[in-house]
Design a protein around this ligand. Structure first.
Ligand SMILES: Cc1ncc(COP(=O)(O)O)c(C=O)c1O
Length: 387
């Protein structure tokens, strides 16, 4: 198995130049096959002891693979449907008091805004917004100045969904630590695209999606909760499977592990598919994957930069970027640009804010140089003769 196999194993990539991995990735054949195989097996009788045990073993194996990929311990991993579940676990797990504040950034996805915005009306929490700029030093200084005695948490993207800017996660976590404030990173755009080592970053929480760069089934993801924060987060959504012990009269003790935040009946076949996707990347080698995404993103930026009238919104040095390249076509509307590229060049990219010319191109190892050429030709066409 090597990088070139991913395109071969993902036939959907032939239909369009698929530059929308940051939204959702297409899925490789072996991942789909594993989900189908496990669904058939599970459906024989989920309550049969041998089937139940086998499926739980598959689920726990995925937890271990996820933990390994993040340099965490399996006990620190919650598996769930998406990155936003993890954000909700933390947002609703703090004993907020009126006048407390928390820090987000100016580039957050609704998934890392709405659970926090809800706290404003519910508990009287104040929000502060860290500016995401190109100058990392300035971001660290600004964060340092924004934290005060009432700051309860910092919750930031590791990679900006708007520009692909890679935030200086380690530095930001260090600043928060000097104030004893916990940090959550939203890894929806980083996990699988750039190296993520939660211990090296030094964060308290790290949420992630499986359905983006990992190319795992839709509705897979989770959250890393550092061991010493598992008790600190007050359990808000729990249920059957969360407990170590309980009785019929109100006695309850929860599991020590982060999986105390999982409950009820889950789709274990999809989680098995998540594990299968991680097996593919492990076989190829994560370093090879990250290096290929880096090379490709650099080529994409260089090619787009040759177009007069196009403004690159993504930082140039790769250390500050990821798998996302965003460009602006001032005077154009991004939704029209995307529709035109789809119709004429069979290119799938995504509009950012509807009233701007900002277009997001997210790349993965299955994209080709021919697709970059097609994209550049398409944008040239629009600049020359309109949509
Ligand atoms: C930065 C960021 N955070 C969160 C999300 C939401 O991810 P999920 O659907 O896995 O909850 C997205 C999705 O695009 C995202 O880009």
């Amino acid at each position: 198995m090597n990088i070139a196999d991913i395109r071969r194993l993902t036939p959907a990539t032939e239909n369009y130049a698929y530059f929308q991995t940051s939204g959702f990735s297409p899925k490789p054949g072996p991942v789909i096959d594993e989900v189908v195989r496990l669904t058939r097996y599970h459906s024989q009788g989920p309550a049969l002891p041998q089937i139940y045990e086998k499926m739980m073993a598959v689920f726990e194996a995925t937890r271990s693979k996820v933990a390994h990929s993040l340099n965490a311990h399996p006990d620190e991993i919650v598996l769930s449907e998406n990155a936003t579940v993890g954000i909700n676990i933390v947002a609703n797990g703090i004993d907020w008091q009126p006048g407390d504040n928390l820090i987000l950034s100016t580039h957050e996805h609704p998934g890392n805004r709405i659970p926090w915005y809800n706290l404003v009306t519910r508990y009287g929490v104040n929000l502060r917004f860290l500016n995401v700029g190109d100058d990392d030093g300035q971001m660290l200084e600004e964060l340092d100045g924004q934290i005060d005695a009432r700051t309860r948490l910092v919750s930031l993207s590791h990679v900006s969904r708007r520009t692909g800017k890679r935030l200086p996660a380690r530095g930001l976590a260090a600043v928060a630590r000097t104030h004893n404030v916990p940090v959550l990173f939203d890894g929806a755009q980083s996990y699988g695209a750039i190296p993520v080592d939660v211990q090296e970053i030094g964060c308290d929480f790290y949420t992630f999606s499986g359905h983006k760069y990992i190319m795992a089934p839709q509705g897979t993801g989770g959250c890393y909760i550092r061991r010493d924060r598992i008790e600190w987060v007050k359990p808000s959504w729990i249920g059957s499977h969360s407990q170590k012990e309980f009785d019929q009269f109100g006695k309850l003790s929860l599991l020590d592990e982060a999986k105390r935040f999982e409950f009820g009946t889950r789709n274990l076949a999809d989680q098995g598919g998540f594990g299968k996707a991680l097996d593919l990347w492990a076989e190829i080698g994560w370093d090879n994957v990250f290096a290929a995404i880096a090379r490709y993103t650099d080529r994409m930026k260089a090619a787009l930069q040759t177009l007069p009238g196009l403004v690159l919104a993504t930082p140039a040095p790769y250390e500050q970027s990821s798998g996302i390249v965003t460009f602006d076509l001032p005077g154009y509307t991004s939704s029209n640009v995307c529709a035109s590229l789809f119709e004429h060049e069979r290119i799938l990219v995504s509009p950012l804010e509807q009233d701007t010319g900002l277009v997001r191109v997210s790349t993965h190892v299955f994209n080709t140089d021919e697709e970059i050429e097609r994209l550049v030709a398409g944008v040239e066409r629009i600049l020359r003769s309109g949509y």
